[in-house]
Design a protein around this ligand. Sequence first.
Ligand SMILES: Nc1ncnc2c1ncn2[C@@H]1O[C@H](COP(=O)(O)OP(=O)(O)O)[C@@H](O)[C@H]1O
Ligand SMILES: [Mg+2]
Length: 223
Amino acid sequence: MKMKSGFRRLDAMLGGGLPAGTNILLSGGPGTGKTLFSLKFLLEGLKAGEKCCYITLSENRDELLRAAENIESLKDIRNHLSRKLAIEHIELGENITMKRFNEVISSYPAIDRLVIDNINKLLIHTESKKSYRIHLAELLKHLKSISRCTLLICETSEDSIDTGNGEAFECDGVMQLSFLEFEEKPMRILQIHKLRYTSFEPKTPHELTISAKDLNLADTKII
Ligand SMILES: Nc1ncnc2c1ncn2[C@@H]1O[C@H](COP(=O)(O)OP(=O)(O)O)[C@@H](O)[C@H]1O
Ligand SMILES: [Mg+2]
């Protein structure tokens, strides 16, 4: 069972879309488009009447909606609030540790699409790397039971695909957004490193454009 990603070109590359029953890591540096990409992914589900949730551990609900308002094709997100879309702003700290976060998640009703922005915040609010790895595996297991497809956003620097704490190994898929310096003008690119149950061209860069109108993945791949 495939789920449309919101990007026609990506769906075509993956034989119909993202495989259901998966947790997918969406990693990248600041400004590469992780949040907007995820909003478009949710909107695609909302259009088909799916139940969606955006858990934000960084920007608050208004900031997130403001980012969506800035792109014509994402404006409709607001109309789905209080119907099929929930935006949950959770501030981690002394009272909400990763253990508590996992408990909250496991109490959620079943939904179709979920975004967690971002898991670096979970790492910060965990006592040790060992504890983080244990809780991460537990979280990913919970996620599979409540959501048909989850995008876990991961902030990375340079060429890393995760925080170095096993996220890329534990997830079913890894998609990376980054900037490519190309003929003096940098461009945003999407690369797929891993996607279980799917055949694809690993690491082939595809241009992602962001404009006031829409986000788009280019038909042509960059060689
Ligand atoms: N209307 C717009 N036109 C062109 N680019 C935009 C527009 N709105 C946002 N962007 C670009 O999108 C970037 C933010 O994307 P975002 O998904 O928030 O990145 P990330 O979550 O990876 O940090 C901004 O830095 C900006 O360059
Ligand atoms: Mg973001």
